[in-house]
Design a protein around this ligand. Structure first.
Ligand SMILES: [Zn+2]
Ligand SMILES: [Zn+2]
Length: 490
């Protein structure tokens, strides 16, 4: 009988409380979830979750044999849920952010108790189970997943493109210089520009904003004024309303909150209630840029029909809302041979050594990511997809601007000291080739979008979050971070 089989193991069963972290959304060693083919196994004593492959390693290490098995079936439902509202923040797939896909799904959960090592299954619900087991199951299913708890913990200090801190210059010393500002029709005191204007809250000076890399924006007169005067706070004219305004602190190098903004404006004769929003806020500008074509399109190669690539080393990473910068950096790091050797080739050893502390161990988390990127298990080719290893015809129509960087690929450093230094390199001579670069699009480094291009298997590949494709025109002249590799001498 089912229940008698469990008896020897019941001692170890625990009921999770709010102090426990329950890893029930993803294998702690890889990226399998309850939706994966074999579902997820949650240890009923330590609440760590594992895929079918890794649950065996865990059992051999701990002899914990009782698991709650979660298997979720996902079905697409007719009719799509396409939101037509404009995005109001820089996130993807979140409320107020950019809408993705817009498909609706229906879920069905099939849970059971599984006993290792034979994977003996007891279907649920099963009224014969001992009370402690029933309570443990109920609590594991009900409690918030560890990922949700951790997200809530992290939320206090989050940045989602909107969260701003109160400036340390709130007690601002404003000059009594008699300057009075009209409620509209402003212009830059230096160049006469009539938009993208910033009011300095110390002296009431009005100047234009920064010039963006793409030539838009202003002529840098506001920042030049700050460099001369060190008056730290400016507010963007045309964005001021009683609810929200763009206040920037040069000193703190960030968008900030000025809690006394109405008083600071009143000093220059402005009644905040008289103002109307006439110019774009920084977040709106950012979103505009993200949707604009131009360099944005070039960086993402969105004008060309890219051939998607699949398999080990060609796995994309989901954007979790502003995580594209991390995605790009991780793709590049995990393409460095030493990283692959250290974390992917040795991942089983790492998993085995630190399995009980998996969610908190940096080596395990790095190995988990390496496994996700290099196992190929999370990047399955649909039918008729290209084999990533298949050589590609070289349609090398380089644009003129590529000249410098295509030559930089064969960059040689020819210093007189070269012979002395030579012995220190274990992986080649002081001769380098470009192997990866990360590009950014947006008004500042803390916002916008990042993609990376990596040279692998003889051609350039673009990694744009979860999309991985053959690059047709790698925009080598538009990146902000370049990675070179020493060429091995043979
Ligand atoms: Zn796993
Ligand atoms: Zn100006």
């Amino acid at each position: 009988m089912a229940t008698s089989m469990l008896l020897p193991f019941i001692q170890k069963v625990r009921i999770p409380t709010s102090g426990d972290k329950v890893y029930k959304e993803e294998c702690v060693l890889c990226f399998d979830t309850p939706e994966s083919e074999n579902g997820l196994y949650i240890c009923m004593s330590l609440f760590l979750g594992f895929c079918r492959k890794h649950v065996q390693a865990y059992f051999f290490k701990t002899s914990n044999s009782l698991f709650l098995h979660l298997k979720r079936f996902k079905r697409e439902v007719e009719g799509t849920d396409v939101s037509t509202s404009n995005p109001t923040k820089l996130a993807i797939g979140l409320e107020g952010g950019f809408n993705v896909g817009g498909k609706k799904y229906e879920y069905e959960d099939h849970n059971s108790i599984v006993l290792l090592p034979e994977f003996h299954v007891i279907s649920l619900p099963c009224p014969d189970l001992p009370e402690s087991v029933q309570l443990s199951i109920g609590s594991i299913l009900e409690i918030d997943a560890a990922s949700i708890q951790e997200e809530a913990d992290a939320l206090a200090g989050t940045w989602d493109g909107m969260a701003r801190e109160i400036t340390k210059h709130a007690e601002l010393n404003q000059l009594d210089n008699g300057v009075k500002i009209p409620p509209k029709d402003w212009q830059c005191q230096v160049c006469g520009l009539k938009e993208n204007l910033w009011l300095n809250l110390t002296d009431g000076a009005i100047h234009c904003g920064r010039k963006y890399f793409n030539g838009q924006g202003g002529n840098n007169h506001a920042v030049e004024h700050y460099e001369k005067t060190k008056y730290p706070l400016v507010v963007k004219l045309g964005t001021i309303t009683s609810e929200a305004s763009d206040v920037y602190s040069y000193d703190e190098d960030n968008m900030v909150v000025d809690p006394y903004l109405p008083q600071h404006l009143a000093h220059f004769g402005i009644n905040i209630k008289d103002l109307q929003k006439t110019d774009k806020s920084m977040v709106e500008l950012e979103i505009d840029l993200n949707q604009r074509i131009g360099e944005w399109a070039i960086i993402q190669e969105s004008g060309t029909k890219l051939v998607p690539l699949f398999g080990p080393g060609y796995t994309g990473l989901e954007n979790l809302g502003n995580s594209c910068y991390l995605n790009s950096v991780m793709q590049v790091l995990f393409n460095i041979p030493d990283f692959v050797k250290c974390y992917y080739e040795k991942c089983d050893n790492i998993f085995n050594e630190f399995i009980l502390d998996a969610p908190r161990n940096i080596n395990v988390q790095m190995a988990k990511l390496a496994y996700g990127l290099w196992s190929g298990e999370y990047s399955n080719a649909p039918e008729n997809a290209k084999d990533p290893k298949e050589p590609v015809p070289d349609n090398n129509l380089e644009r003129a601007v590529d000249w410098i960087f295509s030559h930089a690929e064969e960059m040689e450093v020819d210093s007189p000291a070269a012979t002395e230094v030579k012995a220190q390199f274990r992986d080649g001579a002081e001769k380098y080739k470009l192997v990866a670069f990360i590009s950014h699009m947006g008004t500042s480094t803390v916002a916008g979008h990042y993609v990376c291009h990596i040279f692998k298997d003889g051609r350039w590949v673009i990694f744009n979050d979860n999309k991985v494709a053959l690059s047709e025109n790698p925009p080598k002249d538009l990146a902000y971070l370049y990675i070179y590799q020493r060429i091995s001498v043979s």
